[in-house]
Design a protein around this ligand. Structure first.
Ligand code: DQA
Length: 154
């Protein structure tokens, strides 16, 4: 009997503006881990879950929109911390809706405990779900939830 070899799932992790400064940026709110350290933890978790994890960060809305478009046909799901664009960007929301890839939204801080303007997310209504307030664990839990969703729904 021939064995069916399936390609492992692939997940795109997108980090939005100012997250390149993690480690030095308001550590009381965002913690002391750098973005590279967070990415390494995500890659390690990806290995445990047997999924490929690709990470990218940009401070530019259009670059993030392009990355979401490019994900089509390459990745099966998106994990996104859109940073401040969460609260402002209809373009990012429309891009995610356009490619129709299952997406999980994450935040290091608990956005609902903070300023009023952070309480609204343009992305949440079109995401599978949102995890907020657990530091780097928001990303890890988000990746686990996304992979579980993909395995149950694909
Ligand atoms: C953030 C929360 C946003 O409100 C903020 O603009 C960020 C980071 C978080 O991970 O907690 O840049 O997305």
């Amino acid at each position: 009997m021939q064995e069916l070899i399936l390609d492992p799932l692939s997940v795109l992790v997108l980090h939005g503006p100012n997250l390149n400064l993690l480690g030095q940026r308001e550590p009381g709110i965002y913690g002391s881990l750098t973005l590279s350290q967070i990415n390494r933890q995500l890659e390690t978790e990806g290995q445990k879950l047997a999924v490929k994890v690709f990470t990218m960060q940009s401070n530019h809305e259009g670059v993030l929109v392009d990355a979401i478009h490019d994900a089509l046909g390459k990745h099966q799901g998106i994990l996104i911390n859109a940073g401040a664009y969460t609260h402002t960007s209809i373009a990012l929301r429309d891009a995610i809706a356009a490619v129709s890839l299952p997406t999980v939204e994450v935040h290091l801080s608990n956005i609902y405990k903070r300023e009023e303007f952070r309480h609204h997310s343009y992305i949440a209504p079109i995401a599978i779900g949102q995890i907020s307030g657990f530091g780097v664990q928001s990303y890890i839990l988000g990746l686990q939830a996304l992979v579980l969703y993909l395995r149950q729904n694909m």
